[in-house]
Design a protein around this ligand. Structure first.
Ligand SMILES: CC(C)(COP(=O)(O)OP(=O)(O)OC[C@H]1O[C@@H](n2cnc3c(N)ncnc32)[C@H](O)[C@@H]1OP(=O)(O)O)[C@@H](O)C(=O)NCCC(=O)NCCS
Length: 110
């Protein structure tokens, strides 16, 4: 999504891709959403999320998963607002800036 203020600027994006390989997971996608700092708190992620969910439904997908590195209250709140529910947390599964990272899985049935 590009900003409408003057010259075009990159404001953020939302996309989805396969959740896992294997035909059994074809109907499930994992999303990714990002809004640049300067454009946050203006409803851009909400607009993107609405479009993303609508596209996944049109595409015949049944489930959308969000994998959120913790802590990330803004992302958890955004996903909860769109009906994603917490289904589990993978503990210490990643590393970022030398620290262990937990990954929260949230799921929305489409
Ligand atoms: C999460 C993110 C996409 C939200 O983008 P945004 O455009 O600011 O979000 P919106 O303005 O559409 O806000 C929608 C809802 O998200 C939640 N939210 C957004 N920012 C928040 C914050 N700082 N604290 C708590 N909740 C927040 C709220 O529920 C908000 O609804 P409300 O305004 O009615 O309270 C943005 O903060 C971001 O890109 N963060 C960095 C990347 C990231 O964490 N991506 C997700 C990876 S899983």
């Amino acid at each position: 999504m590009a900003s409408s203020e003057g010259a075009a600027q990159f404001a953020g994006f939302a996309t989805y891709g396969p959740f896992r390989t294997g035909a059994g997971y074809d109907l499930t996608v994992e999303n990714s959403i990002y809004v640049c700092d300067a454009f946050q708190h203006r409803g851009i992620a909400s607009t993107l999320m609405e479009a993303l969910i609508a596209e996944a439904r049109r595409d015949g997908r049944a489930v959308m998963v969000a994998a959120i590195g913790l802590p990330n209250e803004p992302s958890c709140a955004l996903h909860a607002r769109f009906g994603f529910r917490e289904v589990g947390t993978l503990r210490g599964i990643g590393r970022k800036f030398g620290r262990s990272l937990d990954l929260l899985l949230m799921q929305k049935d489409l």
